[in-house]
Design a protein around this ligand. Structure first.
Ligand code: FEO
Length: 395
């Protein structure tokens, strides 16, 4: 069912209430998601993006009920990833010659995925498409936000920025607009989306945000490709992105650990006590890795100034859960965050050193040599763990 954004601009996407993982199993989506497609009906009719492949038939049927497909003059594909281009094959069977406007790299990704020689029209930043009635689409390349082919389009007069993945959230809602949903949930999802998907490209994003600001577009609405649209104070999410793209951190220390027989867990509890003895204000959060959602933990690391990672030694190494999580943290390319390691061991005790090395390799500044304890922590060891916590808090 279509929904009106303003004037002759409509949403025609899919609310995927059931989605619980995205990018295969890589990213958790506790609140589902949406795939937002837009139809602009001016003298020229334009379709912007489509939906994910499993919903292709449903999407094209809906589209048919809103417009004679032959009357679509142009298709704009802002990004070739399958969650936005997935209905193209189904759609283009009906209107095979309709021009597709996209970036040069999107031609590569669309041809690579669908093996079709559609009527591609390559556009770059500043190129315009006349829609009649005094309205134009102006294209802005969004290279590496988050794919080499990513692009945005700005509709003049209505002043809507179709931003594709940027400024989105995996947040299923049929309320469409940001002012109609729970603000805590909205910003939690927007931050998770940024931390997990966009943080690796923060440096590029800083430049791109400057470039968008310099264009001085009178943005009245940001129509993302996932989640709700920003119509109430749309620049608030741009301002958040400026903040997040600049090595974001809050006054938070996060402890993430795995444990076999609760020795490393005991150390974690003592480290918290140590931190508290030094700093009453810092937010301290503790997560037992096997019971935590790794993508939520990436959000927590994103908010942290320091991350303390614990693992017992197993077969001369750390537990695989810890190795896997540090790999994920490395992919997020965090900058200017501190880290330290801790853990119990019975015999050889390599884990703490290896966790420190792996965290350093993941881009964290290592505070000290870490804290390790042989066997189950006794009173003395627990006191030492408290001292270790104090040292972290002072670092
Ligand atoms: Fe929402 Fe990069 O696709």
């Amino acid at each position: 069912m279509k929904k009106k954004l303003k004037n002759n601009v409509y949403w025609l996407g899919k609310v995927d209430w059931d989605l619980r993982t995205f990018h295969g199993e890589e990213l958790s989506t506790h609140r589902g998601s949406t795939y937002n497609s837009y139809l602009i009906k001016e003298e020229k009719n334009v379709l912007i993006d489509t939906v994910w492949l499993p919903y292709a038939k449903e999407f094209v049927e809906n589209l048919k009920s809103e417009i004679n497909l032959e009357d679509i003059d142009y298709i704009v594909i802002n990004h070739g990833e399958v969650d936005h281009s997935g209905a193209l094959v189904e759609l283009m069977q009906h209107i095979p010659d309709t021009p597709i406007y996209c970036s040069q790299n999107a031609v590569k990704s669309l041809k690579g995925q669908y093996h079709q020689d559609w009527n591609f029209n390559v556009v770059k930043t500043g190129d315009k498409l006349d829609l009649g009635n005094g309205k134009e689409l102006i294209f802005v390349e969004m290279t590496m936000l988050h794919w080499p082919d990513s692009m945005a389009a700005f509709l003049t007069e209505d002043n809507i920025l179709f931003s594709n993945d940027a400024f989105g959230q995996h947040f299923a809602s049929d309320m469409l607009f940001n002012d109609l949903v729970d603000q805590c949930a909205l910003f939690e999802e927007a931050l998770k989306y940024y931390a997990n998907i966009l943080n690796p490209f923060s440096m590029l994003l800083r430049r791109k945000l400057d470039e968008i600001m310099a264009l001085d577009l009178p943005i009245e609405m940001i129509a993302t490709s996932h989640g709700v649209l920003w119509r109430d104070n749309p620049m608030q999410i741009v301002e958040k992105y400026v903040e997040w793209a600049n090595d974001y951190q809050e006054n938070q220390i996060t402890i993430i650990y795995d444990s076999m027989w609760e020795g490393t867990k005991k150390l974690a509890d003592n480290i918290v006590q140590g931190i508290r003895k030094v700093d009453n204000d810092v937010i301290v959060k503790v997560f037992f890795l096997p019971h935590s959602d790794e993508n939520d933990l990436i959000s927590e690391v994103f908010k942290s100034k320091t991350v303390i990672v614990g693992s017992p030694t197993m077969n001369n190494s750390m537990l695989h859960s810890v190795a896997g999580f540090i790999h994920l943290a490395k992919e997020a390319k965090f900058k200017k965050k501190k880290a330290a390691a801790f853990g119990c061991y019975g015999w050889s005790g390599e884990a703490v050193k290896l966790v420190s090395e792996k965290m350093k390799d993941a881009g964290f500044e290592i505070i000290n040599d870490g804290f390790r304890n042989q066997w189950n922590p006794d009173k003395e060891a627990q006191k030492e763990a408290i001292e270790f916590g104090k040292e972290i808090a002072k670092a």
